[in-house]
Ligand binder design. Sequence first.
Ligand code: HXC
Length: 257
Amino acid sequence: MTYDTIKVERRGAVTLVTFDRPKALNALSSAVLADLTEAFAACDADDSQRCLVLTGSEKAFAAGADIKEMAPQSFGDMYGSNFFAGWEAVTRTRKPWIAAVAGYALGGGCEVAMMADILIAADTAVFGQPEIKLGVIPGMGGSQRLTHAIGKAKAMEMILTGRNMKAAEAEASGLVAKVVPADSLIDEAMKMAETIAAMPPLAAMAAKEAVNGTYEMTLAQGINFERRVFHGLFGTEDQKEGMAAFSEKRAGDFKGR
Ligand code: HXC
């Protein structure tokens, strides 16, 4: 399958998706959203695929929602079309996915990166929510996810002043899992994705569901949910295989059943 605004490559059990609008610094137009949701859904539906990596170019992961597309819109246009609601489909991806960010991840670019299960940054990465300078606010979850990730103090400062955050500060603040040299970003992201892809896939999907539950549930609900999911995994063949492999001192061979 080929797309106009992204490149999609299957590398073993990992789907590598690369934003491909270099002239617009990968600005996230409606066409990008349509391509991305299709590629993510295809990965979710393909049993041979167990993890996904989303990346951009050296200069920009994505410099935001497409300002040129948004500029002429009225309130009625935005409200009527529920603009940006389509991005929720990306957050419903069931398989684990990693955002590998080099260069600018601004506005919607930062927000898409924060939708990922794991965020890895090149040392060149720059994160920011500069929407206020355009007379708007984050519209793809930034006010919520950035605050969850780095706390109110820094999130409020960034969103009100529009200042950017470089990779080292992003790592120190808990926004990213890891910072790596720019020239090894894809290798590092693929290595992590391959590690995840070798795990029992049902357990991997369940684990991300449980972690993401933190955002939606009280502590007691979350712990109960975790325990029920843990119990449920004893109904899988992969649990038998994983525990047998441990006893037999060999690597598990997981089938996703
Ligand atoms: C549309 C964009 C774009 C964007 C860059 N471009 N960002 N087009 N939407 N978000 C285009 C430029 O217009 C230009 O096209 C080309 O990409 C190269 O960009 P330059 O500005 O010439 O590059 P540079 O000088 O290196 O500056 C890079 C930059 C700057 C600092 C990242 O492009 C920038 O500030 N971009 C906007 C960042 C931003 O405000 N993002 C938030 C968007 S709002 P031409 O054709 O002129 O060569 C958002 C909304 C979320 O995400 C929800 C609220 C509604």
